[in-house]
Unconditional design. Structure first.
Length: 382
């Protein structure tokens, strides 16, 4: 009662529980409770679930019995209709369909064997006649298509053979051209390498020439300074020679005075003689040094003059070597550009040769496929 009351107050609902049934004891029962509108009273009703099960079984048995009776009636009526109507009608339909279908099968067999010149019977007055006419149109169209394809296949085969010959010739020419370009590429690469070595050597020669010109210029300056030094030395030697001459005169005077002094001047006379001898030796040495210095100055002047003549020649030679180096560098750049262009040409020629070989192979494959297609089309008889 509490559960039914709860279901009713919540808007109505079912409750399953066990309840005592007269003569059967406790069994499952299904009840439904809901509130009476406008009141606070609820009402409920229920049914024993086994009663529902028994009713279901009874209804199912009645339906099965009715179904069996109905099926027996249908089978009986069907057998009667089959004997009286369907069999005669089926035989008539069979006769009207069998002959056209057999003809259609025979024609279809001829077509399947490649015979497109078969004749069609189109005098039937039903769907078979339409089927025959449609098949006749199909065969006529197929005959035209096969004829055109055979003609086209012959032309493709001939053109493929010609294209294969042309492609083969192009492939051979491209291969020869590629070989020639490879040889030219090798030669140009060797020439470029040689020019690069020449440019390096010319650059080194230019540097050496510049260094030589600078060294000669410095040598010329050093020679000028040496000449000035020699002249200074000559001047100093002249002073030394003058001192020797004055010393000689003084020694001579000293000897005269020592002679006048007699016995007392003998020692001084010896000293004066020795001084004269040293002065004479100094004068001779100064004369020799002056002569040697003058000769050295002469040679230095001649060397300086020669160096002054050589310096412009060396500078001119360095300029010429520089111009040769610039020209060689320009030649090297041109040779490198030619080498790159020939390498690009070699790559293009190699690709063309590969493409020509591929085209020749494709042409041969096309010819073979055309012949195969032609042989396959010979299956049809037009």
């Amino acid at each position: 009662m509490k559960e039914l009351n709860k279901a009713a107050t919540q808007g109505g609902g079912f409750v399953v529980y066990v309840f005592d049934k007269p003569g059967k004891g406790l069994v499952d029962k299904l009840s439904y409770s809901t509130m009476i509108p406008g009141t606070d009273i609820w009402i409920g009703t229920g049914v024993y679930i086994d009663n529902v099960t028994d009713a279901k079984i009874n209804i199912t048995n009645a339906l099965n019995e009715h179904k069996v009776n109905t099926l027996q009636f249908i089978v009986t009526v069907s057998l009667v209709l089959l004997i009286l109507v369907v069999l005669p009608l089926s035989y008539a339909i069979y006769k009207s369909i069998t002959v056209p279908v057999q003809n259609a099968l025979a024609i279809t067999k001829e077509i399947s064997e490649g015979n497109l010149s078969v004749e069609f019977e189109t005098s039937y007055q039903d769907g078979i006649s339409a089927l025959m006419r449609s098949m006749q149109v199909m065969v006529e169209n197929l005959r035209g298509i096969v004829t055109e394809v055979i003609c086209g296949t012959n032309e493709v085969s001939i053109a493929g053979a010609e294209l294969s010959n042309i492609s083969q010739n192009i492939s051979e020419g491209a291969s020869e051209q590629a070989s020639s370009v490879e040889e030219i590429t090798f030669e140009v690469d060797q020439m470029t390498t040689s020019i690069e070595r020449s440019v390096d050597n010319t650059r080194k020669s230019e540097l050496i020439a510049k260094e030589t010109a600078i060294a000669i210029e410095k040598t010329n300056q050093s020679m000028q300074e040496a000449v000035l030094s020699m002249r200074t030395i000559v001047e100093k030697i002249c002073i030394t020679d003058e001192i020797s001459r004055q010393t000689n005169i003084l020694a001579l005077n000293a000897a005269v005075e020592a002679a006048r002094a007699g016995e007392f001047g003998k020692g001084f006379s010896v000293v004066a003689a020795e001084v004269r001898r040293l002065a004479q030796r100094s004068s001779n040495a100064a004369a020799d040094i002056s002569l040697l210095a003058n000769r050295t100055i002469t040679i230095a002047n001649e060397s300086a003059t020669m160096l002054q003549r050589v310096v412009p020649k060396v500078a001119e030679t360095a300029q010429i070597v520089k111009e040769i180096a610039d020209s060689s560098y320009s030649q090297m750049e041109g040779a490198q550009q030619i080498n790159r262009a020939i390498q690009e040409l070699n790559a293009v020629v190699q690709r063309n040769a590969a493409a020509a070989e591929q085209m020749a192979s494709s042409s041969e494959e096309l010819t073979a496929q055309a012949e195969q297609l032609k042989n396959n089309l010979m299956f049809f008889k037009t």
